[in-house]
Ligand binder design. Structure first.
Ligand code: 8YV
Length: 317
């Protein structure tokens, strides 16, 4: 009999799904109308869970899966999994570290350029056929340069470093904050977020959100200032979202590029009409390349754990 695996959200790479279907009996919870009844019926047989970084898994659900041998997070954020709880039950939790670094960093740079150069309003102007009736260059205000701007990175892990590397190529001085100074980089360490914001033109969030929540608040946004921009490719909950909306409305900061939000898929509607705000639907890792590499890591974790071995990079065992 094939092992039973519970999948909490969709995987978009057909080859990964084909392999999962060939090796396992897949229980795709996101396809079920009555999820609780489904867990009551199948919970006892589930040996592995696949979940997204943002979705994670509740302790309540883990407790309903007595035969669980592995939780494979199809992402790098493990803030939605209680690692202590999994550890106490001896369940390995794995993530896809390294598989999505380049794409998340690419999107951060994409958001920066899109916001500063006001690409979206320009695109809308041309596509809506407004150019011929407004041929004067004065019809569109001047935008802002990215090259050379001071970039402050919050969280200098793999993604933060990849963003620093890219921004350096644009001639940007880089500073960062993290829980500690990194000895293996030359970028300038700023111990506190408030000072980093004050000394940055663009503040980029690339930190894990396991402990840090609401750290980008009104005071930090005030320090970033009226010519400053906020970019978030990490987690929405790093930001006090009400403070951000107020700061954008009041011109406290110049603009923002956001891939992640506090209560996805719900996004504060005040952001929708703002020209200097660019929004994405949590898609920084959503490329064929990243998602294929991530899926392969998930497959490897499950195979190892079900073979009775410690999956590579397990965070809890
Ligand atoms: C994914 C993420 O969108 O890596 C993470 O933590 O949030 C994203 O890369 C998500 O995990 C897809 O399942």
């Amino acid at each position: 009999m094939k092992p039973n695996i519970l999948q909490l959200n969709p995987i978009l790479v057909p080859a990964i799904n084909d392999t999962l279907n060939a090796r396992y009996t897949m229980h795709r919870l996101f396809e079920q109308d009555d999820k609780e009844a489904y867990i009551r019926e199948h919970g006892a047989s589930i040996r592995g869970v696949i979940t997204g970084g943002h979705t994670g898994i509740s302790n309540e659900l883990i407790a309903k899966l007595p035969a669980l041998e592995v939780i494979a997070v199809n992402g790098v954020g493990t803030d939605a999994v209680d690692l202590e709880f999994a550890r106490s039950r001896g369940i390995p939790v794995t993530a896809t570290f390294g598989a999505l670094t380049e794409d998340v960093a690419d999107l951060a740079i994409g958001l920066i350029i899109t916001v500063l150069r006001e690409i979206c309003p320009g695109n809308e102007f041309v596509k809506a056929g407004k150019w011929p009736s407004n041929p004067s260059p004065a019809a569109i205000p001047l935008s802002r340069r990215f090259s050379g701007k001071r970039v402050g990175i919050v969280g200098l892990g793999k993604v933060g470093r990849a963003i620093a590397q890219r921004a350096s190529a644009f001639g940007c001085p880089i500073a960062y904050t993290d829980i500690r100074r990194m000895d293996d980089v030359e970028h300038r360490f700023v111990p506190d977020l408030l000072s980093l914001a004050r000394e940055s033109d663009i503040l980029v969030l690339a930190a894990a959100a396991d402990k840090a929540q609401g750290i980008v608040n009104a005071a930090v946004l005030d320090a970033l200032g009226k010519d400053g921009y906020l970019i978030n490719v990490a987690r929405g909950k790093l930001v006090a979202e009400h403070d951000l909306v107020d700061a954008l409305k009041g011109g406290v900061i110049a603009g923002a590029g956001l891939d992640v939000f506090v209560d996805e898929p719900n996004v504060p509607s005040e952001l929708f009409g703002m020209d200097r705000v660019v929004l994405q639907a949590h898609r920084a890792s959503a490329t064929v390349e990243s998602r294929t590499a991530m899926g392969e890591m998930v497959l490897a974790s499950i195979a190892k754990a079900l073979a009775g071995q410690r999956p590579e990079g397990s965070l809890t065992t």
